[in-house]
Every structure is written in C-alpha cells, then in structure tokens.
Design a protein. Structure first.
Length: 364
C-alpha cells in the first residue's frame, strides 16, 4: 500500500513537472516566408537594431516535429530576407553554443551598417547549439554592441526561455539595457517552442512600454513577418513631391492642317515619347495632355479641335503601353497662346500639343 502510494505520488509529481514546464506541442513546425517590402515606401524608425539568438543546449530539443534551434535560425534568416537594406546599424548576438575557450555570449555580426549578406554570414557562423543558457550574458552582449547608440533601438530576442540561468539576472540585464537607451528601446520577445516561461517573458517585455511577447509560429506567414518588420524597424516614407516635365509638340509634326488624325511621322514621335515615359526609372503618376490652336476660326471650333487632338495623343500613348488611367486629356483652344497670332510664325507656334509628365522622385 505504501509503495503504491509512492508510485502514485511520483506519477503526480511527474505530471505536475510536465505541466509546469511545457505544454504538448500542437500542429506542424512553422515554415517561414519572407515578405517583399519595397524600400522606396519606407524609412527607418530606429537608428539601430540587434537580434539575440539562443544557441544553448535546450535548443537541440524538438518542438512540433522540428529542432527548436533550426526553427529559430529559419526565423532569423527570413527576418533578414525581409528587412530592407536601409540606413540603420545592426548586430547579431548569440548566447550559448560556444567552445570552451569562447565567451558564453558574443556578437557574431556588427554593430555595423546593415547589410543583408553580412548579417546572413554572421547567422551561418552560429552552427551548433550547446552549453548552458546564459540569457543575461546574451542581453549584456547586445548592450555592449549597442553602446553609444543614442536614437531609437529595437532588440529582437529569440529563445525557448528554458533552463535559463538566473532568470532575475536576465530581467535585470534587460532593465539595464532599457536604462542605457533612456526610453528609446523596444524589446521584442519571440518564443520558440511551448515551454511555459510566462513570468520570464512577461518581465522581459515589461522593461519598456513598446516591448512585446510573441510566439514564433505567429510570425510564419509573409504577411505576419512583413508586419513585424514594419512595426519593429520602419515607418512610411514621406510623400515625395510630384515634379513635372513639359514636352511640347508642334501640331504640324503630329497632324495635318485642321485634322486630328495622327500622321505616320506623328506616330513615330509619340512612340518615342511613350518609350521615354516608360523608361524614366521613376514613378510616373500623372500625365496631362493639352491641345492648343491658333486664333483662326471660331472659339468653339478651335476648342473642339484642341480636345480631339489631345484625346488622339492620349489614345495612342495608351496603345503603346503607357498607363491610360493616369493620362488626362484636355483642350484649351486658342485661349493660351505662346506667340503672336498676327504672324504665320506665331500662329504655327501656338498650334501645339503639350504633354506634362509628373513623376515622384525616388527616396534616397
């Protein structure tokens, strides 16, 4: 009876330990997808960022059918593929996974101007998990790498948060990191696996108002990864002013006298214009085609002719592949001369079609 009670107690204790330490994994391991973030649309909202990667022995274990270390590296690699190469400093720090003569935590990349290829090389150098889980030392190593950075800082901490030596010390290290950056730090706590690390992760995220705790599986899709990168590192780029270029064609070069049907020579000129617009290398957002006439004839007739010619030019540019939805065609008849209508030369100058091409300049 006494032995049976001991066995029952042992079973209950084992169950309690299992419940207290980890929950049963559910579903397959996440497969991460990079998002295509257009660098033209964003600017950095941080001056620098660091990723802290857990390479300790507990990361050798499997969760949801995959080794946690492999899942963590895949996440960091996909994060790196998603981050646009903009003007921020970056670092990658590992803790655990060190040789006997190496420090328990160190930067394997940076702090330096962010380059995707360099960051990837640093990640590749962290190849084998092992040793203890010196989380506090990992946070301290990130603090050393980021020392001297006075602007906004993002730190992404990727770990299973299991078998952490001195949890209070790890929280104290995070508090010191936040104090070092005087309210400019956001700490993103990304957990791999299902270990119940609620006290530790919540207290790590509690070091600043913008810090967050998230499960690595919630960041698997391209949309979720893109949203995470934008939230942590980016803000929308300011709108660039639209700059207009005016290109003027003599009506004689495009049309026969008093006609609105393009001549072969006119089509050749407009075909060159279409190629020029599509090859500008900047974002063309607006095209205004404006027809003009001389003063010969009635106001109504000249207005109609100018509109017909402008619409003919619009239709031809659209047929050549220029986006018709951004082209506005209008006529001003004889109301806006550029020369004297009392001479043949002046009237010839007034018979024209102007194309105003509006483009946004690229963000630097």
């Amino acid at each position: 009876m006494f032995r049976q009670s001991l066995l029952t107690l042992s079973a209950l204790l084992s169950l309690g330990l299992l419940v207290g330490c980890a929950s049963t994994p559910s579903g397959p391991a996440p497969t991460f997808q990079a998002d295509a973030i257009d660098a033209e649309d964003y600017v950095p909202k941080v001056d620098s960022f660091a990723v802290i990667l857990d390479a300790s022995s507990s990361m050798r274990d499997e969760s949801q059918g995959a080794v946690k270390f492999d899942t963590a590296k895949d996440f960091v690699s996909t994060f790196n593929q998603t981050v646009p190469e903009l003007d921020y400093q970056s670092a990658l720090v590992r803790f655990g996974g060190y040789a006997n003569d190496a420090p328990p935590a160190s930067a394997v990349y940076g702090l330096t101007g962010y380059q995707r290829s360099g960051f990837a090389s640093g990640l590749d150098s962290v190849s084998q998990p092992g040793n203890i889980t010196p989380l506090a030392e990992g946070i301290d190593a990130a603090a050393d790498a980021l020392n001297g950075q006075s602007g906004p800082v993002a730190v992404i901490l990727v770990s299973d948060f299991w078998k952490v030596l001195n949890q209070q010390g790890a929280v104290a290290a995070a508090e010191n990191l936040a104090s070092q950056h005087q309210g400019n730090l956001c700490l993103y706590v990304v957990q791999v696996g299902d270990y119940n690390a609620g006290w530790l992760t919540e207290n790590l995220a509690g070091v600043s108002g913008c810090s967050k705790v998230m499960s690595i599986g919630d960041l698997a899709s391209a949309g979720a990864m893109g949203a995470f990168v934008k939230d942590a590192l980016l803000k929308p780029a300011p709108e660039k002013p639209v700059q207009y270029e005016k290109i003027s064609f003599s009506a004689t070069a495009l049309f026969d006298f008093d006609k609105s049907v393009l001549k072969p020579e006119g089509k050749a000129e407009l075909r060159k214009l279409g190629e020029y617009i599509q090859g500008k290398g900047v974002q063309v957002v607006d095209i205004d085609v404006i027809g003009h006439t001389d003063s010969v004839g009635t106001d109504e007739y000249n207005q109609n002719l100018s509109e017909e010619r402008a619409n003919t030019v619009k239709d031809f540019l659209t047929s050549e592949g220029v986006n018709g939805s951004i082209i506005d065609a209008s006529g001003q008849g004889e109301s806006n001369p550029v020369a004297d209508n009392d001479t043949d030369e002046g009237r010839a100058k007034n018979r024209r079609v102007e194309v105003h091409v509006g483009a946004k300049q690229k963000n630097q």
